[in-house]
Design a protein around this ligand. Structure first.
Ligand code: SF4
Ligand code: ZN
Ligand code: ZN
Length: 309
């Protein structure tokens, strides 16, 4: 028996478990776009005349993000989309992903802007990793801090009002649970800061795919024929996240909707914590002038650490 699309009656090619919908390719794409629009509206992520910097990595999540944003932007003639990529300098990984990112941007008639760690900080991630000492922090700890700064620098140079990133529902649920289990619930409020709580010097961030599951994203990218690069980073070593991912996948399989429920619970908690964020005083880094809560920002601390070893 051929399953029919719950929306239009055509033969279905995909079962979206958390809504129990069988979908054809066109309805999969259309309903994903609708879901993203709802997420954006509900959280007031974007304004009609925003210059929107779209962080494109070359992977499937940001490929879907850019494709959906192009569809949505058609209704907002005053808005502008500017895709950009941060090239950390990881040979055999980011260089290949970057090619996919260029193909994607070209196929959507957009120019891709690229910033490199080497230009911004004077090091590639490969060289940072090679020079690491025995008890040094992991590659991802360097990468995460530097990329965060790189994204902000890029967004400011692009004169963007907001940066959108491709974090999906699975990523968000994993991060929430990891923060909870590490005893760092406050981080949940800090990482999904509402736009009206933006800090001077930081371009606000939004995650329009935060309610779209990874499974939906893989199906969307496939049926929309989006070019993307699908290989893990050679330095990826987040064992803890992998455990959490396995656990959450099992729970989601047993009880579809678990990930969304976790996201919504975390938002309730974050809402209560947001008032406490207003009390945090930001000063400027004495080295680089970026906003920070201490004297020297985390980026400058790391760059010094790399230069001095
Ligand atoms: S896995 Fe780690 S090193 Fe690789 S891109 Fe991600 S944060 Fe950077
Ligand atoms: Zn359909
Ligand atoms: Zn600094």
């Amino acid at each position: 028996m051929v399953l029919q699309c719950s929306k239009c009656g055509q033969p279905a090619i995909y079962l979206r478990r958390y809504t129990s919908e069988a979908l054809c390719a066109a309805c999969l794409i259309r309903t994903t776009e609708q879901r993203v629009r709802r997420t954006i509206n509900k959280r007031k992520m974007l304004r009609d005349d925003d210059r929107i910097a779209v962080a494109v990595s070359g992977g499937k999540d940001s490929a879907v993000l850019l494709d959906v944003m192009v569809r949505i932007e058609r209704d907002f003639p005053k808005a502008e989309l500017i895709p950009f990529t941060i090239d950390e300098g990881i040979i055999g990984y980011r260089d290949l992903a970057l090619k996919a990112a260029h193909r994607l941007a070209n196929s959507l008639d957009l120019d891709l802007h690229v910033w490199t760690f080497r230009d911004l900080f004077g090091f590639t991630l490969d060289s940072i990793v090679q020079g690491r000492g025995q008890n040094d922090i992991g590659a991802c700890s360097y990468c995460g801090v530097l990329r965060r700064r790189a994204i902000n620098d890029a967004a400011r140079e692009l004169d963007a009002d907001v940066v959108v990133t491709g974090h999906n529902l699975d990523d968000e649920a994993q991060t929430i649970l990891m923060n909870m289990m590490r005893g760092d619930a406050r981080r949940i409020a800090r990482t999904n800061r509402l736009r009206e709580l933006a800090v001077e010097g930081f371009v606000p961030r939004a995650k329009p795919l935060m309610e779209v599951s990874e499974r939906d994203i893989v199906a969307y990218a496939h049926f929309a024929g989006l070019p993307y690069h699908d290989m893990p980073c050679p330095y990826a070593a987040e064992a803890y996240r992998n455990d959490i991912r396995d656990f959450l996948n099992r729970m989601e399989h047993k009880r579809p909707g678990t990930l969304l429920a976790l996201l919504h619970s975390a938002e309730t908690v974050a809402g209560a914590l947001h008032s406490s964020l207003k009390g945090i005083q930001h000063s400027v880094c004495v080295r680089c002038g970026a906003p920070t809560t201490g004297q020297v920002c985390k980026t400058c601390q790391l760059v010094e650490r790399i230069a001095n070893r």
